[in-house]
Ligand binder design. Structure first.
Ligand code: ATP
Length: 342
């Protein structure tokens, strides 16, 4: 179990100081996969680096399986760190060493017997599906293969915890899925606790049991995606759809900001715990009996909840369109009129 208790960290540079982490309290149970999300600069890397004390917090405690790492130094700390593997966005492999040598490195540093090293490295390469690449150099591998080598190396000392700092951010979507599958497999087979940083909601949806949302150094929400999305938690919405939906060409030709005769509102609606897509369409179609066109839809489904955005062209009379928009406003359904088009 990982317990982060009242962790704070301020970076000071000349006259400037920046509080990167502000009194973070987070507990991660053994065997969990927890994703940390937050916008750029929110403190994600700093937080994950505090877990293995690559970054020393100014105050607070990092307690792992009951041992307070923040009180340890030197050899005692090094011994505890062996229990925590880490992988990075850019893999951080030794380009002058073969795949075998890269994976063997942590064991060599431990002065492990050569026969045992060979056996263990082969086991690890088998686990990550690279048994036939042992003698290759990292430069001859794809991004996904490099990350597999990094994962094998991170597991060399049989850690109970794996920290992943944007581990799939440099990979294409298909490779991302295969690395996530590998991480999930490792979590299940070896019961390794995984704490990962990501800015991709897909990563969270694919493998995380829980998500922790950081905002300006503060932990603003924790829970399963279903819980947070189901409650329409505002902390999640920036990671779902941040950009405005583009209006297609056939509508921009007649798009105008004010209502006049012959144009109809183009309305962007946010889907969250407050409103489900199906309920939204039922309201428009059956309750208000309003003709409409769905112009764009970007929807994620998690459990019973959905979240995302839809762009709808309401084609009713001026009065009924306005009544529906009033209903949205009264019901806390976030909406934004992008203009009026024919
Ligand atoms: N070594 C450092 N010295 C000074 N400031 C730092 C240092 N490391 C991080 N910061 C600052 O602390 C804040 C949090 O940084 P951090 O890298 O943890 O954020 P992040 O959420 O991981 O961002 P990103 O998604 O862009 O990687 C940022 O404002 C950053 O500039």
């Amino acid at each position: 179990m990982i317990q982060l208790q009242n962790i704070s960290k301020t970076f000071r540079q000349k006259k400037n100081s920046h509080k990167a982490l502000d009194t973070i309290n987070l507990t991660i149970e053994k065997g969990e996969i927890v994703g940390v999300i937050g916008s750029s600069g929110a403190g994600k890397s700093t937080l994950i680096r505090c877990v293995n004390l690559l970054e020393q917090p100014d105050s607070g405690s990092v307690v792992i399986n009951g041992i307070n790492l923040t009180l340890l130094k030197g050899k005692a700390l090094a011994a505890q760190r062996k229990n925590i593997g880490m992988i990075f966005q850019h893999f951080n492999l030794l380009s002058s060493g073969t795949v075998f040598e890269n994976v063997a490195l942590p064991l060599k540093l431990e002065k492990t017997d050569k026969v045992i090293i060979r056996q263990r490295v082969n086991e690890l390469l088998h686990l990550v599906g690279l048994e036939n690449k042992a003698e290759e150099y990292p430069n001859n591998l794809s991004g996904g293969q490099k990350q597999r080598v990094a994962i094998a190396r991170a597991l060399a000392n049989s850690p109970q915890i794996l920290l992943c700092d944007e581990a799939t951010s440099a990979l294409d979507p298909v490779t991302t899925q295969s690395i996530l599958q590998l991480l999930q497999d490792i979590n299940r087979r070896l019961h390794i606790t995984i704490l990962l940083i990501t800015h991709e909601m897909d990563v969270v949806r694919t493998i995380c049991d829980r998500v922790a949302v950081l905002d300006h150094g503060k932990l603003v929400a924790t829970g399963s995606l279903e819980e947070l999305a189901g409650n329409g938690h505002p902390a999640l919405s920036p990671f779902i759809t941040t950009t405005q939906m583009t209006v297609p060409k056939q509508l921009t030709d007649t798009l105008q900001q004010e209502y006049t005769e012959g144009v109809f509102p183009l309305i962007e609606i946010e889907l969250n715990g407050n409103i489900h897509f199906k309920k939204l369409l039922d309201t428009i179609q059956y309750e208000y009996q309003l003709p409409y066109n769905i112009i764009r839809a970007d929807i994620e489904y998690t459990g019973k909840a959905n979240f995302g955005k839809v762009l709808i062209h309401l084609k009713g009379s001026k009065e009924i369109n306005e009544r529906l928009i009033h209903h949205f406003n009264q019901s806390n359904i976030t909406n934004f009129i992008r203009g009026y088009a024919a």
